[in-house]
Design a protein around this ligand. Structure first.
Ligand code: SF4
Length: 257
């Protein structure tokens, strides 16, 4: 992610860029950031929710309270998710009476990848793990973003070293200069769970079993008391590498896949 002042963004009105560059939105509350996004981008704005962290569900609940008709949410089914995550997707569909826009990886790319590198390639090296994330997550995300001008994510700075610089509103250069909203950028872990409890937001059942963050089943484990919240994701790698590529840019091998 680059500072908003460093790039020009085709397709986004200069008045919107000026608002972002002024920094005023960094002082706005979460609901204000969502309303700002709705007013400028709907219907070409949607929430990206993993259904494996409470943050996305909190934002979805807020979006729905602000304007159900403008509430769009998409997710990526990597093919390796927990049953509890699928259960939650259906609970959310029922609770909010909305369509969850689900994207799948390209089956031919998955097939080629696992034939060449094995079903559990991600444990072999960071390079292999990033290849799997590229095929199963990053490429479907690119398709999900294709008809959007702005997207919303649940990133917070205290989620790990890879997210320390998160801002409420950013120009997402790695995704074509789209606008990316992180309405919870100033929220703490306690703020998130307080909202979940007070609004009875549905969350992943695995959070109650020691999983603060739920991703793909082979790449997620429960954490011990006192461990960092991201310690259960790709735990065999260095903390600096623990992103799937949805929110950061990096090169992976296997360009033919
Ligand atoms: Fe593959 Fe693991 Fe990334 Fe899921 S989290 S896409 S299984 S490497």
């Amino acid at each position: 992610m680059v500072p908003a002042s460093a790039v020009e963004t085709p397709g986004v009105p200069s008045s919107v860029l000026d608002e972002i560059r002024s920094g005023a939105l960094e002082k706005a509350g979460a609901e204000e950031v969502i309303e700002w996004g709705f007013e400028r981008f709907a219907p070409r704005i949607a929430l990206s929710a993993s259904f494996g962290s409470p943050e996305g569900l909190v934002i979805l609940d807020m979006m729905h309270r602000i304007d159900p008709g403008r509430t769009r949410v998409f997710t990526i089914d990597t093919g390796r998710l927990y049953q509890q995550t699928y259960n939650l997707i259906d609970r959310v569909r029922d609770r909010y009476d909305i369509e969850v826009e689900i994207y799948f990886p390209d089956p031919e790319r998955v097939q080629k990848m696992v034939r060449e590198w094995g079903m559990n390639l991600f444990y072999e090296s960071t390079e292999n793990r990033r290849l799997c994330c590229q095929v199963r997550k990053v490429e479907p995300l690119d398709r999900a973003l294709a008809d959007l001008d702005a997207w919303i994510a649940g990133l917070r700075p205290d989620q790990g070293v890879t997210r320390a610089d998160v801002q409420s509103v950013e120009i997402d250069e790695i995704h074509g200069g789209r606008i990316k909203l992180n309405p919870l950028a100033s929220w703490s872990h306690e703020d998130v769970w307080s909202y979940v409890r007070s609004h009875e937001v549905p969350v992943n059942a695995l959070h109650g079993q020691g999983y603060p963050s739920v991703g793909c089943a082979p790449c997620t484990r429960a954490i011990e008391e006192g461990e960092d919240a991201r310690a259960g994701r790709w735990w065999w790698e260095n903390p600096e590498n623990r992103e799937c590529g949805l929110h950061v840019a990096y090169e992976g091998h296997g360009s033919g896949i």
